[in-house]
Design a protein around this ligand. Structure first.
Ligand code: NAP
Length: 278
């Protein structure tokens, strides 16, 4: 790395759990770029000052993680995805302006494209479990891909209803008790809750109503193979996992900052899997 190296960072509070430096520094090395990617642990009260001086601090852009994603949206010029999701996770400087997007949207859809090609051909109905931040990115991605009806099932019904208000008629709020009926018609089931994650309660969903050609996606990536994905594979269903989404969501930021579109390779995946397994 030279004094003129391009630099990007991940900004969070805390931030040391983030795998973004591992992913981006792998690509920097792979492409032999004069660049660096760092952690920046910034408390909420210092966030606005930090990102309004991103360039002076030597950065061309940044990833934004908890708890700053909503603040990043307000403090930047968001694209349609960030605005629709209501949160920004990727910032970049262009002609003196600070732009933002939400790459969880394309992380979700690109991972499905890579894992289950054709998953969105004639996808009429999908079921999304959860109505938090990641559910908003998933719902927006499904609408972009033309999914006609998205049933959002959440523990707290009012949050599912809020997604309907945000995204409109394609979204329907539904109760857990309706799942057997909804799954029988769905081409895709997505878990965006934290259920099934190590240390969290299990996710209990009976998959038998799903059609044989339905797809199951889980955003949870600790453990790597969640009980939901294991059950889906056991039923012979196609699946897309959370680590794939994590890797695919990183592609666009790297391209924006460093001008090269990187690839999600088996080697990168194995490296991140090994790190998660530590
Ligand atoms: P969030 O905004 O906090 O939302 C959490 C969701 O989980 C809410 O719908 C919540 O329901 C539900 N939930 C939590 N505990 C529950 C329980 N005991 N019973 C029923 N529902 C419960 O979180 P998020 O940002 O959307 O993230 C959710 C998960 O996705 C996390 O595991 C995260 O690591 C993962 N994720 C993965 C990626 C990736 O790249 N693979 C990206 C983003 C997120 P209520 O509304 O009722 O509280």
């Amino acid at each position: 790395m030279t004094a003129g190296a391009r630099a990007a960072c991940v900004v969070g509070w805390p931030v040391k759990h983030s795998r973004s430096p591992l992913i981006h520094n792998y690509w920097i090395e792979q492409h032999k770029l004069d660049a660096v990617y760092r952690y920046e642990e910034i408390p909420p009260e210092a966030f606005a000052d930090f990102i309004s001086h991103l360039s002076a601090r030597g950065y061309v852009g940044a990833n934004i993680t908890i708890p700053h994603k909503e603040a990043a949206l307000v403090l930047s010029e968001p694209d349609d995805r960030a605005r629709a999701v209501g949160a920004a996770n990727t910032l970049w400087l262009a002609q003196g302006h600070l732009h933002s997007t939400n790459t969880d949207v394309e992380g979700f859809t690109a991972n499905l494209d890579a894992s289950v090609p054709g998953w969105d051909d004639a996808l009429d109905e999908a079921v999304v479990l959860g109505a938090g931040g990641s559910a908003r990115a998933v719902v927006h991605g499904l609408i972009e891909r033309g999914c006609g009806r998205i049933h959002v099932v959440n523990r707290t019904p009012v949050r599912a209803e809020a997604l309907r208000q945000r995204f409109g008629e394609a979204v329907r709020a539904a109760h857990w008790s309706a799942l057997p009926h909804l799954l029988a018609r769905a081409g895709l089931l997505v878990n965006t809750t934290s259920l099934g994650m190590t240390g969290q309660p299990p996710l209990e969903v009976e998959l038998s109503p799903l059609h044989a050609d339905a797809v199951v996606a889980d955003l949870v990536y600790v453990p790597l193979e969640t009980p939901l994905l294991a059950a889906a594979r056991g039923c012979g269903l196609a699946t897309a996992d959370g680590i794939g989404m994590l890797l695919h969501q990183a592609v666009r930021g790297f391209q924006l900052w460093f001008g090269v579109r990187p690839e999600v390779t088996p080697e990168l995946r194995a490296m991140v899997e090994a790190d998660l397994g530590k």
